[in-house]
Write a protein that binds this ligand. Sequence first.
Ligand code: UT7
Length: 335
Amino acid sequence: MAATPQSRILGTGHYLPDVIRSNFDLEKMVDTTDAWIVERTGIRERRIAPEGMVTSDMATAAAKRALEAAELQASDLDMILVGTVTPDMPMPATAVYVQQKLGAGHCPAMDLSAACAGFIFGLSIADQFVKTGAMKNVLVVGVELLSRVVNWEDRGTCVLFGDGAGAVILGPAGGATARGRARGVLSTRIHTDGALARSLMIPGGGSETPTNADVVEKRLHKVHMRGQDIFKVAVKNLYSASKDALEETGVSASEVDWVCPHQANLRIIDNVVSRLGVPEEKVLLNIEKVGNTSSASIPILLDDNVRSGKIKAGDHVLMCALGAGVSWGGALVTI
Ligand code: UT7
């Protein structure tokens, strides 16, 4: 029997830029092929934010849609959490600009740097505040403008990432049920293992290696990844995070209606869900169309499927994500 949830997703939203960069476009930029990218990752195309668009623009667009879906105004927000590793600028937080662009009140607004796990981290933090009654409506955004920080000469990374934003409004669970199930966040668990800190990073531009001409020349201000290190730990930790979420809530794999996993690599997702024993028709995917949008991937996928009517009120949705840090987490939510 699942525990009674104290917080609930009141509305979801997402934003994707219109510009599509396909694998065939990339064939003209680096030594790669559509066949390699599809076979190794499952990605066929990704979205690229146009010049002039910034991270907070995408976050605000997604947030507006989530507010609309929740039937709330920006002034109803008690906190804004933005998961991103591609902020508008190092200081102030991108969440500050989102607050300003939404016209929200003076609620606290901060960024979370947990890379691809940023949305799950945000959801978990928001859940704690709503649970205690300290906050009522919390906006959680996952947003990335990765096209500005990938090295477009490095075929090992540039083929993977895309731009986009997803958002949810978390509020009190109170009484709403569907299909006999209490709607809300049943479990969130978040973890970090710093031993793999240097497997996925942007090494330049911080206090360790401040930006200078040499840093730019060596592309140290761009994404660097040891893909296989991350692949191995993702397969292991996404499985354990998902299993923990099920064990903690007493929801069995067969009771899960949808798995909404971070979209980094189709091979990672297949491996995790087959070990969990969840049939593949219950696994939500959009990696083919949007690539890896890091912290934005889960809320984009969630919103897409809520809006299409595939995910229905009362459905158990299992989420899991892992990224740089390495940081990872799992969540089980009844929509
Ligand atoms: O979301 C955050 C976390 N990120 C992830 O979860 C990513 C995890 N890692 C991965 O998804 C995979 O490791 C990659 C998709 C990044 C790479 O796939 P892989 O099967 O691990 O390939 P690899 O790195 O072992 O490279 C195999 C070969 C190499 O060539 P050699 O040394 O065998 O001649 C690479 O140079 O593939 C080559 N290669 C490419 N070839 C064509 C690497 N990238 C490309 C490319 N096109 N884009």
